[in-house]
Design a protein around this ligand. Structure first.
Ligand code: NDP
Length: 375
């Protein structure tokens, strides 16, 4: 059944330049069998741009590589890894030639490899800046995972490197390509239910034991850096506004050992222009996943907002109903088209830097207990 919003939504997608990606009409993601995989690899270079994934961890292996078997404008051409055994498995699984397999030591020589057009940095947060900058120095376009970096200064260096190389930078903000979240954008920014009065969101999960995400050095913070950033994004794209001030309170630590370096949970309140309030919560100890907008004529919300699939949404006129898409495939195809058309990404480095500035403001508010103005 098609949503009753389809017509105006199509116009909205057209207006924001995403209609060409057929986002709402793509059928649910299926398993790629061996034959399809082989065909995809054989036809890989037919006009497609080559992507090299840097850092073969959970996200690269679980989401990005499978998504690259479904992309129309790019394909998995190469890998950069510090783990030799992964090089062996990935080579076999994705049919990657030896000449396109790199370690962190010979990463810079990727500049001589014409198969690689785009570097996708999927490393721990503190490594994003270095590997993005080295990617630009190698003359490649770059997608960098969220958060763009740990400091605003690093974001500036990444943007400068992009400019100097005259290559494009995009951040891995997959939800800008996901129909339910795009519907929140449409309903909020087009004021379909009047002015927004309040917007709230929460994203949290129970983090596993010791890993880089629990260290200040590698992660730059706790759940705020990792998943709270989605809530900040959701508030901004739904309202179409940018926060001007923030207050924040750290949650109580129930596990002092596990959370000795980073916050276990955190709540914050943004002030937006015109008096709109944004209430956010993020946690490494509780499951939550929502984005809610209260407007003059009713509430619209996602009760499952940020996952790779399974979004659920409600409006005053009934539930949202959209097809499942492969968010990562849409995101990477959109960037490949940006590169082909020499057009800025709709999720550019500037947006990543803006969000790192908000993350830092939330932490400053949390640490000082003061209302921090965001400039
Ligand atoms: P993982 O820990 O699963 O993988 C990180 C990989 O980075 C490792 O497997 C390793 O790959 C490489 N690496 C290099 N040096 C180190 C080091 N010192 N410590 C740990 N790993 C190292 O992380 P994720 O894949 O979950 O996250 C990677 C990035 O992607 C993060 O920035 C995260 O925020 C982002 N992310 C984004 C998501 C999204 O939905 N957009 C979802 C999940 C993560 P190798 O062995 O190949 O060298």
């Amino acid at each position: 059944m098609k949503s009753k919003y389809d017509k105006s939504r199509r116009k909205f997608l057209h207006d924001i330049g995403l209609a060409g990606l057929s986002i709402p009409f793509i059928s649910a993601v299926g398993n790629c069998n061996e034959e399809t995989k082989k065909q995809k690899t054989m036809s890989a270079k037919n006009g497609k741009l080559g992507i090299a994934l840097v850092g073969l961890g959970g996200y690269a292996g679980g989401q990005l590589a499978p998504a690259l078997l479904q992309t129309e404008h790019c394909y998995l051409a190469g890998i950069v890894t510090g783990t030799p055994s992964k090089a062996v498995t990935w080579k076999e699984k994705y049919n990657i030639p030896d000449k396109n397999i790199y370690s962190y030591d010979n990463y810079d020589s990727i500049k001589d490899n014409p198969d690689i057009d785009i570097i996708y940095v999927v490393l721990p947060n503190n490594m994003h800046a270095e590997y993005t900058i080295r990617g630009f120095e190698a003359g490649k376009h770059v997608i960098c995972e969220k958060p763009m970096a740990i400091t605003v200064e690093d974001c500036d260096k990444m943007l400068a490197a992009s400019k100097k190389a005259n290559k494009l930078l995009s951040i891995g903000y997959r939800l800008h390509f996901e129909p339910y979240n795009l519907e929140m954008v449409r309903l909020g920014t087009q004021k379909m239910y009047g002015n927004l009065k309040k917007i709230s969101g929460g994203f949290g999960f129970r983090a596993g034991p010791s890993q880089w995400r629990l260290t200040q050095k590698y992660a730059g913070g706790g759940p705020l850096m990792d998943v709270g950033i989605y809530v900040i994004q959701g508030m901004c794209y739904t309202s179409g506004m940018e926060p001007i001030a923030v207050t924040a309170v750290e949650g109580v630590k129930t596990d002092l050992e596990k959370f000795k370096e980073v916050e276990q949970s955190l709540t914050w309140q943004f002030e937006f222009p015109g008096g709109l309030i944004g209430e956010g919560i993020t946690s490494y100890a509780d499951n939550m996943n929502f984005l809610k907008a209260e407007a003059d004529k009713g509430t619209f919300e996602l009760t499952s907002a940020y996952n790779y699939n399974g979004q659920k949404g409600n409006t005053p006129e009934g539930p949202m109903n959209f097809s499942t898409v492969n968010q990562q495939a849409r995101q990477m195809d959109a960037f490949a088209l940006s590169v082909k058309n020499n057009k800025k990404s709709i999720v550019p480095g500037e947006m990543g830097k803006r969000d790192v500035k908000y993350l830092q403001a939330v932490y400053e508010a949390m640490r000082t207990g003061k209302r921090i103005e965001i400039k």
